[in-house]
Design a protein. Structure first.
Length: 129
């Protein structure tokens, strides 16, 4: 006869997404001549597990850390909890949404938020009747 799983076994069988931590990544923002640059520390996040989205003037970043154990390995001790990174910002009207770019290097995401080009002063001709 098969034994029923203990409460501890049931917890381990439960959906692993229920146990994920969500962290707010540390962010640095600085201004350049061309706009703003945002840097976020996302250790353990790969570009495949990173989503950056602009919607309704809100920039949202979501990164997922995926556990990387060999197939036959058994975790014996864990001090680093795997989880997700989530952060969002309201963008000013000065940011050109169509030219936002991002790159991920060694766990640091750098997002460039260019300013909307200002209209150049021009002389307006006046017509007469």
């Amino acid at each position: 006869m098969n034994e029923l799983p203990t409460p501890e076994d049931q917890q381990e069988i439960a959906d692993p997404l229920q146990k994920r931590w969500v962290r707010t990544p540390p962010i640095d923002i600085f201004e350049t001549e061309d706009g703003l640059v945002l840097r976020a520390d996302l250790p353990g996040v790969s570009s495949e597990n990173l989503e950056l989205q602009v919607q309704d003037n809100r920039l949202t970043l979501f990164g997922r850390v995926v556990e990387d154990l060999p197939g036959n390995a058994v975790l014996m001790h864990q001090e680093y909890n795997h989880g997700d990174f989530l952060r969002s910002f309201i963008l000013s009207d000065d940011v050109d949404h169509d030219r936002i770019s991002a790159k991920l290097t060694n766990g640091v995401l750098e997002v460039t938020l260019p300013k909307v080009p200002r209209a150049e002063p021009r002389k307006i001709s006046i017509q007469t009747d």
